[in-house]
Design a binder for this molecule. Structure first.
Ligand code: NAD
Ligand code: DAU
Length: 348
């Protein structure tokens, strides 16, 4: 259906899993990965693809209009993952979030429009819907829920969604937006809660649990997310939004206890720390639309097996995360925890 696909942010967590997934599922498709190699972009995530004739890498910033115009010429479709993606970083400095997530997406949309690509898949997030109360477990986000982002990260993603909608409405660009819940799996940068807690525990350190630990996240395995993005790329309806989720809600406290169990550690490894400012209480995705329209359903996300396998991946890929934790990661935590000394103690 598509001969040549542009993937942005392909050196990050989900983008690299998507490229590997696409190589397995659609080996004839030629993939160009555009990534600026920010702190979370890592060429090691795609080790082994260097000599693959259907894969190429362009090191570029999605805010660079000339580079995007050149890279997108002749492409059939764009799958846009590139973003600043970590809520805590957006609380420390929101400018890079507006730069990449808003201006970068606008630059890419301009290039896609000029290049007349046949499809633009914008990978967004359930965080654009804001927070649900714990008291109403029946409530879930649907595609028509109000856009009510809480953090600068979520606000920048919401702004990018609106730009995508505008390019579809005004210029007729064939766009589809996906909004997925929290991903877990291999190659996740160890600042997000699961790889952070697992790698802390592997190093014999405590884990910094924010607030009362009762915030709920709806977890999906990254390969289920990748399969959903492929379904949307190939069969989604132009101009539509598709929620993606695996009906796998857990509080952070439950998640932490599950990790302690699989890693053979006791509750003394939990360190309760100051809450994240503006911390969303609960996310829960209603994914009936993509299941009904596109026949997608998750098959790899069920806990405990999927969580245990993820822990095992980090256990057996120590060189991958040790490399990260000794560099940029350390600088980030030094800054984040400058105002949160009790959390710093847990992660050192
Ligand atoms: P990530 O931080 O691991 O990867 C982001 C990638 O984008 C990195 O490779 C980085 O180098 C690249 N990048 C950043 N700024 C760039 C720029 N200006 N130009 C070019 N490349 C740039 O993030 P992730 O967790 O893989 O998330 C990927 C996408 O999925 C994001 O759009 C995010 O909003 C969305 N999403 C993530 C989750 C999740 O749980 N991680 C859930 C739903 C949606
Ligand atoms: O819902 C989708 C979103 O999920 C994506 O759009 C984001 O890119 C992705 O980062 C993720 O956002 P969260 O803020 O939910 O993920 P994070 O891993 O940072 O935190 C998950 C939960 O764990 C959240 O309630 C905060 C809590 N937490 C996190 C960290 C890093 C802790 O208790 N301690 C921590 O040290």
């Amino acid at each position: 259906m598509f001969d040549r696909i542009i993937v942005t942010g392909g050196c990050g967590f989900i983008g690299s899993n998507f490229i590997r997934f696409l190589r397995r599922q659609r080996p004839a498709i030629r993939i160009t990965n555009i990534d600026c190699l920010s702190y979370s972009g890592n060429l090691e995530n795609l080790a082994g693809l260097e000599n693959d004739s259907n894969y190429s890498f362009v090191k570029a910033d999605i805010c660079d209009g000339a580079a995007m115009k050149q890279a997108l010429t002749g492409a059939d479709a764009v799958v846009h993952f590139a973003a600043e993606s970590h809520v805590d970083r957006s609380l420390m400095d929101s400018r890079p979030f507006v730069q990449t997530n808003v201006l970068g997406t606008q630059t890419l949309l301009d290039a896609a429009h000029q290049a007349k690509v046949k499809r633009f898949v914008h990978v967004s997030t359930d965080e654009v819907y804001g927070s649900l109360p714990l008291e109403n477990p029946e409530l879930r986000f649907t595609e028509t829920s109000p856009i009510k982002p809480s953090s600068p990260y979520a606000a920048s993603k919401a702004a990018s969604d609106l730009l995508v909608h505008a390019f579809h409405h005004t210029f007729g660009l064939d766009t589809v937006i996906t909004r997925c819940s929290n991903n877990f799996g291999a190659y996740q940068f160890p600042e997000k809660v699961i790889p952070l807690f697992v790698t802390n525990l592997l190093e014999g350190k405590q884990v910094p649990l924010y607030g009362d630990g009762l915030n709920v996240r709806d977890w999906i395995h990254v390969d289920d997310h990748c399969e959903a993005v492929l379904a949307v790329l190939e069969r989604g309806r132009a101009g539509e939004v598709y929620n993606i989720g695996a009906d796998n809600e857990h509080s952070n406290l439950d998640l932490t206890h599950a990790l302690l169990r699989v890693m053979g550690k006791g509750p003394e490894f939990i360190r309760h720390v100051q809450d994240r400012p503006g911390h969303d209480r609960r996310y829960a995705i209603d994914s009936a639309k993509i299941r009904g329209e596109l026949g997608w359903k998750p098959s790899r996300s069920a806990w405990p097996a999927a969580l245990d396998a993820t822990v095992e991946w980090y256990r057996t890929h120590e060189a991958w995360w040790q490399h990260i934790r000794s560099g940029e990661y350390r600088r980030f935590y030094d800054t984040l925890y400058a105002s949160r000394p009790e959390a710093a103690a847990a992660s050192r």
